[in-house]
Design a binder for this molecule. Structure first.
Ligand code: TRP
Length: 461
């Protein structure tokens, strides 16, 4: 379906599911639980929710407003609203960030596919003996060996990028929208099934307590930045992704309502992911929930296997479902990163959409290969971090909040208020009761809060 010359999402539901599909991803199921684990559980979740509402929501609206107004890819969108001024670099910066995120994101996505395969084939749990310490070592070694393999993870990541390429090259409505409409409900069902199974395990209560009973003494130094970065990351805010999607929204899409719906879905799924992971983890005594990727790729397979050991095969089935779920969530997010870059090449270089998508796929795969190889050869990295960790840290904790901050300054102080209001109220057809509050957040609260968190983090304050 077209609106003027530009593709649009055909239905309201499509808009919500596609955008929520971008938001819900590895960020919810892999990154959020490990951040929560590292930062002490419930207290982190509270700060996280505050960041989502106070900073994530206004920044999401910013991108919606810019994208729908400008009807263009991220780079050109800023340019259209700021004609020839350096503000357009926010857009370029976004596309650049998109490549870095996609590059390491696809590596983790590839791991998920491998784990679906390994759970089905029994590779993952076939050798377990029932001995606690020994088994957890076997699974742990499995992951370390696999991730540092020079070839296998790369094959999976190429396959995963190819899937994303296929969807993207089918277009906005037939590709992104249709895929999201199938995958998002599937994801939700899988998640609920596993969460219910996990919460009924003996000892699950401790995990639920960890999630909902805050202990403020556990709040460490970088909690604020971690929560802020995680909020932006999880909502896909800060690099023009939502801006690109919003350029496919219809003129009468209610932006505030859509943003609230997307944020609710995203947060609900993050909490559900916590409810599926921590009860399972706490029900088997050995586990340290603080470990990063280990939580999902080492701890969980072991936990599923042990926790559901009473009934044969259930552990394996849950394992397969879980990694299938993670792959689906990752795919709907990767396509949004893919789309940002594809729309950029397609419109800026005047090449066809398919060709644009191909360029992105090739560059993305190359970055992905380097990220993956940084586990094989640890020299591939900078500042003492592997390339993978570096991209994860730099994009999540620095580039996204920075992108969000610059966008606030742009929309709050540079773009004429009249234009912002027009877009916020759908050309005056909505009352826009929250406009003043929104603008206040964008002008003052968000920039100050983000700046303070940065300064604090880097010990300048
Ligand atoms: N939000 C996704 C997740 O939670 C990841 C993602 C997709 C993303 N597009 C993005 C993150 C754009 C930042 C910016 O997994």
């Amino acid at each position: 379906m077209k609106q003027g010359e530009r593709a649009v999402f055909a239905s309201k539901l499509g808009i919500i599911l596609a955008t929520a599909g971008s938001a819900v991803g590895l960020g919810n199921v892999w990154r959020f639980p490990s951040m929560t684990g590292q930062n002490g559980g419930a207290s982190f979740i509270l700060i996280y929710i505050a960041c989502v509402l106070l900073l994530g929501l206004p920044c999401m609206l910013n991108e919606f407003i810019i994208g729908r107004r400008a009807q263009a890819n991220a780079a050109r969108a800023y340019e259209r609203l700021a004609g020839g001024t350096p503000w357009r670099f926010i857009g370029y910066f976004g596309v650049f960030t998109g490549f870095l995120i996609a590059g390491y994101y696809v590596v983790v996505s590839g791991w998920c596919l491998q784990y679906v395969y390994a759970s089905v084939s029994g590779d993952l749990t076939g050798n377990l003996t029932g001995d606690l310490a020994g088994d957890s070592k076997i699974i742990s070694n499995y992951f370390d060996t696999f991730k540092a393999d020079p070839l296998k993870p790369i094959l999976w990541l190429v396959l995963f990028f190819a899937l994303s390429h296929y969807i993207i090259s089918r277009g906005v409505e037939k590709g992104i929208e249709r895929a999201s409409k199938i995958m998002m409900p599937l994801l939700f069902v899988l998640l609920v099934v596993i969460a219910v199974a996990a919460c009924t395990l003996p000892g699950a209560g401790k995990g639920i307590q960890f999630l909902f009973d805050p202990d403020f003494s556990k709040i460490g130094g970088s909690v604020m930045l971690d929560a802020l970065g995680q909020a932006f990351y999880s909502l896909s805010v800060g690099m023009g992704c939502l801006c690109t999607y919003a350029s496919y929204f219809k003129r009468d899409t209610h932006l505030t309502k859509s943003a609230l719906q997307i944020i609710s879905i995203d947060s609900l799924i993050a909490i559900l992911a916590g409810l599926m992971i921590f009860p399972a983890v706490f029900s088997t005594e050995v586990i340290d929930p603080g470990d990063g990727d280990g939580l999902v790729f080492k701890t969980l397979p072991y936990v599923f296997n042990k926790a559901f050991a009473a009934v044969p095969l259930v552990g394996n089935i849950i394992g397969v479902l879980f990694f299938a779920l993670l792959s689906v969530a990752a795919l709907t997010s990767l396509i949004s990163l893919h789309e940002v870059c594809t729309a950029f090449f397609h419109e800026e270089l005047n090449i066809s959409r398919r060709r644009g998508a191909l360029v992105v796929t090739i560059i993305g795969i190359i970055i992905g290969i380097f990220c993956s190889l940084s586990f094989y050869k640890t020299e591939i990295g900078l500042f003492g971090m592997s390339l993978f960790d570096l991209f994860n840290f730099v994009t999540g904790q620095i580039f996204l909040p920075l992108g969000g901050l610059l966008t606030c300054l742009f929309l709050g102080w540079y773009v004429p208020k009249r234009i912002v209001r027009e877009e916020f109220t759908n050309q005056g057809t909505l009352r826009g009761r929250f406009f003043a509050l929104y603008l206040f957040c964008v002008r003052y609260i968000c920039p100050l809060a983000i700046a303070l968190i940065f300064l604090h983090q880097f010990n300048l304050l």
